[in-house]
Write a protein that binds this ligand. Structure first.
Ligand code: 5GP
Ligand code: ZN
Length: 130
């Protein structure tokens, strides 16, 4: 359910934490394999990896998508810095991709913005079928 649609007398921040999968991972309510952590970001392995290395990098603060993240330049910079740190930590010296799926056409499924850091093997064409 969209957090904004929840009718409740509890504070909004609590509603977001309760209903957002990745806020719940930040809160430690749902387990994840964390590979890197900063004050403002968290990086953890994707539960269904699409490449030998597939790590999700999120801001600790809830932003639904990359458009909202762009309105918080400090958080956006922190997410990119963590993506770079993950690539280094995972030894992706031959290259990697950083992907922000956004909205319906982008195939976004979890509406807490996340950068997919994928690599560890040649990744093929940029888009399926192209
Ligand atoms: P999106 O399609 O929104 O860009 O990507 C969401 C990603 O989150 C998918 O790659 C999916 O495998 C991953 N994912 C979904 N649920 C969980 C979960 O509970 N834990 C982890 N670690 N990853 C998840
Ligand atoms: Zn969230």
């Amino acid at each position: 359910m969209d957090p904004a649609t929840i009718q409740s007398s509890t504070p909004k921040i609590r509603q977001v934490e309760n209903s957002c999968l990745f806020c719940r991972i930040v809160a430690g309510e749902i387990p994840a394999t964390v590979v890197h952590r900063t004050e403002t970001t968290l990086a953890f392995r994707d539960i269904d990896p699409k490449a030998p290395t597939h790590v999700l990098v999120i801001p600790v603060a809830h932003h639904p998508d990359v458009v909202a993240l762009a309105a918080d330049p400090s958080a956006a910079a922190d997410v990119l810095a963590t993506a770079a740190a993950v690539a280094e930590k995972e030894g992706l010296t031959d290259g990697f991709r950083v992907i922000f799926n956004t909205g319906t056409h982008g195939g976004q499924e979890v509406f807490h913005v996340h950068a997919h850091v994928v690599g560890g093997a040649p990744l093929g064409p940029m888009l399926a079928g192209k």
